[in-house]
Ligand binder design. Sequence first.
Ligand code: GUN
Length: 281
Amino acid sequence: MGIIDGKMISSKVKESITAEVEALKQKTGKTPGLAVVLVGEDPASAVYVRNKNKTCKNVGFQSFENILPADTSEKKLLDLIDELNKDEKVNGILVQLPLPNHIDSQKVLEAINPAKDVDGFHLENVGRLVTGNAAFKPCTPAGIIELLDQYKVEIEGKNAVVLGRSNIVGKPIAFLLLDRNATVTVCHSRTKDLPAVARSADILIAAIGKPKFVTSDMVKDGAVVIDVGINRVDGKLVGDVDYESVSKSASLITPVPGGVGPMTIAMLMVNTLRAFKDSLS
Ligand code: GUN
């Protein structure tokens, strides 16, 4: 069994971005900028937003933090997006999800200029992804593909099973794997005999948000297992995979923490740099 070291790969990605940003600054006199918007005080979201800002600074981006109270009106949030859309210093806009219930998330995501939509959640970018013309690949799915590539996991012709059908992970990773010629199955809460389907996977992606849901009886010997789960149990981070038992049969597995998590932020930096470069031309 081998461990997929997301922390190490994410550091490599960030190093290469730092060097490119420095060179571009010299050449253009401009600095890439990312605006992060957080509404409310969800503690997990607050941690993500803090990490995103920190990483921006580390790679040499300008970071614009917008933290709004939980009772912010939808109109006020849309006005802020409009302002960020027009701001030339802002190349990427990320609205941290989930938003409070009184705000229509889809409406907010559609308000972001697709050229600044570094999460890839705008319908235009979703349409591009589905048709194999992705501009911005959603960060977590893009990070998963990067990990598979770095560890030279063959995707073409393999059975890939995705557990979970969220718009943020399950659906987009299914399309990215399909684009790489995997045979893709997406499972969810109504799937019949999910363990049997999971056992058919050469590449198993767990993105359901249930701690230790994937047990060794659901994993074929030699499968590559990617754990997207970040569940807090008794103050500890636990993935969607029962690491202790599954790691015995998997050929490669991502740990939690230190697997997919750090890749999400690294790919956000990749997307922001791309938005910046596109803005120059
Ligand atoms: N909440 C959980 N994952 C994500 C993500 O990738 N982007 C945003 N904006 N919010 C999230």
